[in-house]
Every structure is written in structure tokens, then in C-alpha cells.
Design a protein around this ligand. Structure first.
Ligand SMILES: C[S@@+](CC[C@H](N)C(=O)[O-])C[C@H]1O[C@@H](n2cnc3c(N)ncnc32)[C@H](O)[C@@H]1O
Length: 297
């Protein structure tokens, strides 16, 4: 397979226009930092890239937007007291501005999703209620709210509240009347070794027990809010099919793209405003490509 990699500063070689930027066949001035025949990664504000995408184009969106929880508090990591801050991108700008930000990107997602397309949004209590409210306001139809339970969640050091041990994943479709993808049998009969709550050959329920990312998911360093590969594999296998085009506007360490590649026969567009996270994603994808090549020898 032919692919194009860039170092952190300069593009070495690029195709003229990404496979995915075809807005009325007008060439766009936005180029991916990394591109293969099934993956394009952009280092940009997601609003700029999404604006270049045509209407009704994407099959599935997974979005893990800033949680707006970086408030200089403390948390526990590997038994140590550490700052809760994830980065500048995670600071809250106050309730109204945060709400406006979420409204902007969710509105754009609605425009570019196919009518039968679905969107997943993950978050904690800091952000998920705003996102859920907006999905309803903007006319999405909510299919599920999944509780991702983290059996190995960090303890609550302050001992003033229950230990936070789950995140919420909202799953919604653009058009209530359109038929969305749900691979019911795969979810019911698949093997989910990591999940102590899933009963084999029984319906998949809306509480998923999945540990936080495993050490081998952090070989190239890690993103401060990196999602486990098992979580994204489940999301992608349940709600996409061969040939589906997946978008993650808040790519982070690229878990969605890596899971899409792992499952195979999907196309992926990832966008992140921080170059270091796109670089991390490129490393993870290259490792997977190498493993696939060796496996096929
Ligand atoms: C919660 S993290 C996503 C983590 C990701 N799901 C993973 O598994 O690694 C949110 C990401 O959104 C990025 N981000 C914040 N604002 C953005 C924007 N306007 N456009 C694109 N990316 C943005 C941040 O740099 C951060 O990496």
C-alpha cells in the first residue's frame, strides 16, 4: 500500500487533494498530514475540515470532544496525586461559550452525516449533558446512552464524592425515519473477553465494562484522555459495515482510526488541532500496517 508520511514540521510528499475532500469536486486548500488509500489525518481545527466536506457524506462519526474539566484540580494516576489538567484545549470557557462550541461542531456533523448515519459522543458529566441537550435540540434521534464502566478507575483522593468510574457515550441518528446500521448479532454473539459483564450469546446491554487503555496501547506515548482500543472496536463493529466512512473530529491519539484499521475495510478521517497527537496516531497506524504486512507474508 502506498502512503505518505510527514515529519513533525514538513510534508515530504502529498497527494494534491485528499480522497475525502471532494466538496463539489472543488479542490480544497486543506491537505492531510498523512494519507493512505483508506485514511486521512488532518492537523487543523475540525470546523475548517468539516466545512470542506460535502453534505450527507459520512456514515459514522465518533466524537470525543474536550471535557472542559481542566480546572487545576487534582486526581490520582498510578497511585500518585497529579494535576487533573489535560491541556489548554480542555479548559472551560464558561457554560455559555462551551455550549456554543458544542453547538457549532454538532451542527456541522449533522450536515455531513448521511441520513442513515449515526453519531457517537463520549464525555463525562462536565460535557455530556450539554451535548445530549444539543443532539435533541438539533433534531437527532437518540438511540442509546451507553455507560462505559472502568473496572480499574482511579480512586477518589479527596474522598468527598463517589469515585468517578464511568463515562457516557451517546449514540444518535441523524434522521429518525432512516434505517441505521446496528450489527445486532455481532454484538450478541461476539467474543468480548475484556468485559466481565457481557454474558456470552445474550443481548449486548447498555453498560460496558472495559478497562482503561492497556500498556501496549501506549507504546508510542499516550494521549491524556486516550480511549481503550476495545471500546472503539466495539463501537465501530456495531455501527458500521464494510466500506463505511468514519470521521473523528477530535482524533486525539487516533484510537478510532487504529480500531477502524484493525477491523479493516473502513475509511477513516481524523482531525486534531494538536500536531503531536497526529504524530502519535501516525506511529500507531504505521505499527499496525507493519504487523498486517508481516502477518500477510
Ligand atoms: C478528549 S480528546 C480525544 C481523545 C481520543 N478519543 C483518543 O482516544 O485518543 C480531545 C481532542 O480534541 C482535540 N481538539 C480540541 N479542540 C479541537 C478542535 N477545535 N479541532 C480539532 N481538534 C480539537 C484535542 O487536541 C484533543 O486531542
Amino acid at each position: 500500500m502506498e502512503y505518505y508520511i510527514v515529519d513533525s514540521e514538513t510534508a515530504i510528499k502529498m497527494k494534491d487533494v485528499a480522497f475525502c475532500i471532494t466538496n463539489n469536486n472543488e479542490p480544497q486548500n486543506i491537505k492531510p498530514l498523512y494519507q493512505t488509500d483508506d485514511t486521512a489525518l488532518y492537523n487543523a481545527d475540525c470546523m475548517d475540515i468539516m466545512a470542506a466536506l460535502p453534505d450527507n457524506y459520512i456514515d459514522m462519526i465518533f466524537a470525543d470532544p474536550p471535557y472542559n474539566l481542566s480546572n487545576d484540580g487534582i486526581t490520582c494516576h498510578a497511585g500518585k496525586m497529579v494535576s487533573v489538567n489535560k491541556g489548554e484545549w480542555d479548559k472551560s470557557n464558561g457554560f455559555e461559550k462551551d455550549l456554543k462550541f458544542h453547538e457549532k461542531w454538532i451542527t456541522e456533523c449533522k450536515r455531513i452525516l448521511k441520513p442513515e448515519g449515526t453519531i457517537w459522543i463520549s464525555g463525562t458529566n462536565h460535557s455530556i449533558y450539554q451535548c445530549g441537550f444539543l443532539l435533541q435540540k438539533l433534531g437527532f434521534h437518540i438511540l442509546n446512552d451507553i455507560s462505559w464502566f472502568k473496572p480499574n478507575a482511579a480512586p477518589n483522593l479527596a474522598c468527598t464524592t463517589f469515585a468517578h468510574s464511568h463515562e457516557t457515550l451517546l449514540w444518535a441518528k441523524k434522521d429518525k425515519k432512516a434505517k441505521h446500521i446496528f450489527n445486532y448479532e455481532k454484538m450478541k454473539n461476539g467474543i468480548f473477553k475484556e468485559d466481565k459483564m457481557k454474558i456470552p450469546n445474550k443481548q449486548m446491554r447498555s453498560v460496558w465494562s472495559i478497562p482503561t487503555p492497556l500498556p501496549d496501547e501506549k507504546t508510542f506515548g499516550k494521549h491524556p484522555t486516550q480511549k481503550p482500543l476495545a471500546l472503539l472496536k466495539r463501537i465501530i463493529s456495531s455501527s458500521t459495515n464494510d466500506g463505511s466512512l468514519i470521521l473523528d473530529p477530535f482524533n486525539g491519539g487516533g484510537t478510532t482510526g487504529v480500531a477502524a484499521k484493525f477491523i479493516g475495510n473502513r475509511k477513516y478521517i481524523g482531525i486534531d488541532i494538536e500536531k503531536e497527537y497526529i504524530a502519535l496516531t501516525i506511529n500507531r497506524l504505521n505499527q499496525l500496517n507493519l504487523q498486517n504486512t508481516l502477518f500477510n507474508l
